[in-house]
Structures are given as C-alpha cells and as structure tokens.
Design a protein around this ligand. Structure first.
Ligand SMILES: *Cc1c(COP(=O)(O)O)cnc(C)c1O
Length: 359
C-alpha cells in the first residue's frame, strides 16, 4: 500500500492514526459485538460515543455553556438557508460580505427569504483579498452579519474579524475549523461542513449562542429549525452516526497533538514553507495578497495555462494529487488541512523546485 499526499480541498485527508483506529474498530467497537455503523443511535453505547465527541469539541474549541453544539446533515450549503430561516427574524434584514463563491451562495439564499444586503465584495479582483469594513458599513438593525471566514476556493482568510457592533456575527468556518484557536464568544453562530478538517462528508457542525435559537420564521421546516435539534440533542431523527464517530476520533487526535495552539503552530509552519517558496520562485506565484492569505488553501499559478496543466499532471504522477485549482479559477491549489503532515508540504516544495529548474 502506498498512500499519496492528497491536497484535495474536500473531502480531504484524514489523520492516518484516525483511519487506523476506525479500521481496527470496524468489525467490533469495544466489546459491543458490532460496528459503530450498525448501532442504534438510541443505544447507550452510541450515546457515549456522541457525548464524548461533543465534550471533546467543546474542550478543544473552548465553547462556552451558553452555546449549543449541533451535529446536523445537509452540508454547509443547507446552513445557507437555515441561517436566514432561524436568524433573519426581527427586522428581516441581514448583511453579507462577499468574499467568494461560498459567501455569495449564502447571500443569494438569504435574499430569497428576506432583505439580504451585500455590504462589501472583493469580486473586483477575483476575490484575492478580504474587503476592509468598519462598524459604520453595517446596518445597526440587521439581524446578523454573515462572513465566510476562510475562502476555500480563493485562498483568503479573515485574520481580523469585522467590527459589527452589537449585531451578531455568523461565520462559515467549513475550511478553517480546528485549524487554530478561535474566540467563539465573538460570534453569534459558527458552522462548518465536516469534510475539510473534521470527518468524512455527512455531518455539519453548528455552534450557536442559545439566545439565537427558538425564533425561527413561522414557515421554517421542522428539520431546518435549530430548536428542533437543540431540544433533542441532535437526535430528533437519525444523526450521521458514523461521521460523528470519526469526528470524535479526530477531536481526540487533536487533543493528543496538543490542541488548537499546537495545530496552529504546525499549520503556520506548513503554510510558511509554501508561501516562502512562492514568494521567491521565478515560475510560480501565489494569487492572494500576503496579509489575507489562508493557512489552509494555497492557490498559485505559473501564468501559463499549459504549464499549469503540465505541472498538475506531473505532480499527480509523483504522488501529489488533487492539486488542480477550482474549476472557476484554474491554476493550482494546495489544500493543507490539519491532516497534511509537514513532510507532505516539504516534499511538494522540493518537487516544485525541480519542476521550476526543468521548465
Ligand atoms: C466546502 C465548503 C462549503 C460547501 O460545503 P457542503 O458541505 O458541500 O455544502 C461551504 N462553505 C465553505 C467555506 C466550504 O469550504
């Protein structure tokens, strides 16, 4: 068996240790005589797995008691509708910052249910930067302000949060969750699909301040109401049991690694290796302004489409897979989530150096 270095933007690499534990426990979890996949979600064995996962997530992210943690389905994309259904409920107004495709999709969905306003955008420069905003840019009567914290496709990230005053800040953290410490108290709500940094696709994590739950619009479908899930410990219906189990293994792995401070240290190290190389290369160049660069997704180009394609093909042969940029932007993108070892980035840079010399 030889495992490749997988730079996929998602679904993406999982820690090898986690996969091995899942494999070891595949036929029998503990002494239950069954796989986690086969367990009743109402069993005490499964409830213990679930409770441990939630407790570890709360510990790692330092989530205060006045926040609910929900394990839902439907991906981050379902949150694009759930957020307005549940939060756009007082003045029926919300402010959105458009920093890429995901942010734009969230905005468009919200606009179907109320008065969504695009406050700022970086579309003018292919989303290669994070637009600056001040408190005055936001409507004081908005029910919330929505941002996409890390823009998976374009490789930008908020290193400083917008000042929204008293208006709750809602953030899509699908591609940066657990990559570094985050002050949960600065947000009304956070959400993330699991398949970038947490688990296989299938579970979506929602972290929401309790006072924001319970005011959904009248027509909100039961399954799209946060209250439904908060009142039932995310078990109103069958949760994505196995994904939550794997997420739990990842949370334990992060704890063992030394928590989010340590993850940040490793992620900064990986990103620095790659960005330093890009900044000094004569062939490759990064596409994002330095101050807004993501730690997780690193897009780059050669400036020549044919050469880009050649690089992607040769990289694949050498065991660096899924390095092609998003179909909407072209070029290359290396996604270096938590599970990508430092060695993977070092080897990629060695390979890029060699390619540069030969081309
Ligand atoms: C991947 C991604 C999404 C879409 O997630 P789904 O789970 O496929 O719905 C949304 N937002 C961001 C920032 C993403 O990276």
């Amino acid at each position: 068996m030889s495992r490749v270095y997988n730079f996929s933007a998602g679904p993406s690499m999982l820690p090898e240790e986690v996969l091995k534990t899942a494999a070891d426990e595949m036929l029998e979890f503990g002494t239950t005589g069954q796989s986690v996949m086969e367990m009743s979600h109402r069993s005490k064995e499964y409830q213990a797995i679930f409770d441990e996962a939630e407790a570890n997530l709360r510990e790692i992210m330092n989530i205060p008691d006045n926040y609910d943690v929900l394990f839902l389905q439907g991906g981050a994309s379902t949150q694009f509708a759930m957020v307005p259904f549940n939060l756009m409920n007082k003045n029926k107004k919300a402010d959105y910052i458009i920093t890429g495709q995901w942010a734009n999709k969230a905005y468009k969905e919200a606009a179907r249910y109320g008065n969504a306003r695009a406050v700022a955008s970086s579309a003018d420069k292919t989303f290669s930067y994070i637009p600056k905003t001040t408190r005055d840019d936001f409507d004081k009567d908005a029910d919330y302000v929505h941002i996409c914290m890390n823009n998976t496709i374009y490789g930008t990230k908020y290193h400083e949060l917008p000042d929204t005053g008293d208006v709750p800040l809602v953030a899509d953290i699908s591609s940066c969750i657990l990559s570094e410490p985050i002050d949960v108290t600065k947000f009304g709500m956070l959400y993330a699909g699991a398949q970038k940094n947490v688990a296989p696709a299938g579970v979506t994590i929602v972290i929401i301040r309790k006072d924001l739950v319970g005011n959904a619009m009248e027509q909100t479908p039961t399954m799209l109401n946060y209250q439904t899930h908060a009142d039932n410990g995310s078990m109103f219906n069958t949760p994505p049991c196995y994904c939550i189990y794997v997420a739990g293994l990842v949370f334990k792995w992060i704890k063992k690694m030394g928590g989010l401070e340590k993850m940040k240290e490793i992620n900064v190290k990986k990103a620095t290796i790659l960005y330093d190389f890009l900044d000094n290369s004569k062939l490759f160049k990064g596409t994002v302004v330095p101050e807004d660069r993501s730690l997780m997704n690193v897009p780059f180009v050669t400036g020549n489409e044919e050469l880009d394609a050649k690089f992607v093909a040769e990289a694949k042969k050498a065991g660096f897979v899924n390095i092609k940029g998003h179909r909407s932007v072209g070029g290359m993108r290396a996604s270096i989530y938590n599970a990508m070892p430092v060695e993977g980035v070092e080897k990629l840079v060695e390979f890029m150096k060699k390619f540069e010399e030969e081309n």
